[in-house]
Design a protein around this ligand. Structure first.
Ligand code: NI
Length: 432
């Protein structure tokens, strides 16, 4: 029997708090899960620094990847079953892409990518196509199979319906992370009726569409995404932790470049500082390694590096103030000068951070980042863009909301303001 058709003698199930069970029958899927690159996702948290705010948010990218696979498996095995053009290889490409769509995420992705100028999507492609265990499993299906999986994830795969299941405005990725992140953070937002959405999802040429009668379930999904962004993903305190994390990596890189002698040789980072790292070295990293270095760097002689690590490890985070970069750019300049005069390096201790999200976007052809809208299939069979029928979606559609914050060490300034009048002036300016 061809490898792609092989089934396990007994179905394997993973117990899952969100989908109850995750079912695996295909030998290929089971083998992919067992590779070291996929197992590595167990050691990378799904929500980065969010666990410092919502202590339940310790779930990993491994959980989420299995969850996306399960949603897609249900769509292709239940919803699309019996379609003449749907064959086993197409089914398997779709399932593998679902399982592997986040494979390239590094430890604390956002901060790490920012400092070392990396892109996790490129690493997903590199791991799929490189000399890896995942590649060896996928190649057993067919020589061009790893490339097909990579094309679905890279959105260049010819069958756009397949691409839309993994990445669109209503895809299995979002449907899994919203529910999973809501479950683990414990918030009451993020819940919606996925069972209903799966029942009303219909395959169309370019993407899956929603039967008109399912519109309210989709409205609920869009609103839950909107609320999760502002309540969880952009939470100002987890952003504070992320800002500190970014600055730790910046400082370590800066020290390395300026010839600083570390008490403990930063072996895992050296090739990243030098930008000479191999794929193997990237795959070897995980969050426990970063956290170990932060513990070690707390004892470094450099006061900035050791202070930032102490803050991250012990959750002594920066305080924040609202600010508007359009009107308050002068204030930033003034603050930077005061920080420097007070002997606090503004590059590491006065940090602006912005978050922004577009809850749903209608189709604007020709514009940058064109995104396919969600279509409803009307009773007469015609397709209609969601925000035309839904007032609720129309209210949030195409509206980008941005939030700017300024982060600073309030604890340090408060403690020193009696002896250093500059500290007091800074506090007044920041909070006034
Ligand atoms: Ni994902």
């Amino acid at each position: 029997m061809a490898y792609k058709d092989e089934k396990l003698s007994e179905e394997k199930v993973f117990k899952d708090p969100v989908h109850r069970y995750i079912h695996v029958r295909d030998k290929v899927i089971w083998d992919v899960i067992g590779t070291r690159e996929f197992q590595r996702l167990r050691r990378i948290k799904q929500l980065g620094t969010t666990y410092l705010v919502f202590h339940g948010a310790e779930h990993s990218r491994f959980h989420h990847s299995l969850g996306v696979y399960e949603i897609v498996r249900r769509i292709v095995d239940d919803g699309f079953d019996g379609r003449p053009e749907w064959n086993q290889e197409e089914r398997l490409v779709t399932l593998c892409a679902a399982l592997l769509h986040d494979l390239g995420h590094g430890p604390f992705s956002h901060a790490f990518e920012k400092v070392f100028d990396l892109d996790h999507e490129k690493f997903t492609q590199a791991i799929l196509l490189g000399d890896t265990e995942v590649n060896a499993v996928l190649t057993r299906v067919a020589d061009d199979f790893p490339q097909k999986v990579a094309d679905v994830i890279g959105k260049t795969y010819p069958d756009k319906l397949v691409v839309s299941l993994i990445s669109s405005q209503i895809d299995a990725d979002r449907m899994d992370y919203l529910q999973r992140d809501a479950y683990f953070t414990g918030v009451s937002y993020g819940h919606f009726d996925m069972e209903r959405i799966l029942r009303v999802m219909r395959p169309a040429e370019e993407q899956a569409v929603i039967k008109y009668s399912g519109m309210h379930a989709v409205e609920d999904y869009i609103m839950s995404r909107y609320q999760m962004y502002w309540q969880v993903y952009f939470h100002p305190v987890s952003r504070s932790a992320e800002v500190i994390l970014t600055k730790i990596l910046h400082r370590a890189k800066h020290l390395y470049e300026s010839g600083y002698i570390f008490k403990q040789e930063p072996g895992h980072f050296r090739s990243f500082f030098d930008r000479t790292f191999a794929l193997e070295e990237y795959v070897a990293l995980d969050e426990s390694i970063l956290l170990t270095y932060f513990q070690i760097w707390m004892k470094e002689d450099d006061p900035i590096l050791s202070d930032l690590c102490y803050r991250f490890i012990n959750r002594r985070l920066f305080q924040y103030a609202e600010f508007d970069p359009a009107t308050e750019y002068r204030k930033i300049g003034e603050l930077e000068q005061l920080f420097a005069e007070a002997g606090i390096d503004p590059e590491y201790y006065l940090l602006a951070d912005s978050s922004s999200d577009l809850p749903y976007d209608f189709y604007r052809p020709g514009e940058e980042n064109e995104r396919l809208p969600i279509y409803l299939q009307m009773p007469n069979g015609e397709l209609s863009e969601l925000s035309r029928s839904s007032d609720i979606v129309d209210a949030v559609s195409g509206k980008r909301r941005t939030d700017h914050k300024l982060y600073f060490p309030e604890d340090l300034l408060e403690a020193g303001k009696e002896t250093n009048p500059l500290y007091g002036r800074i506090l007044k300016l920041l909070k006034g």
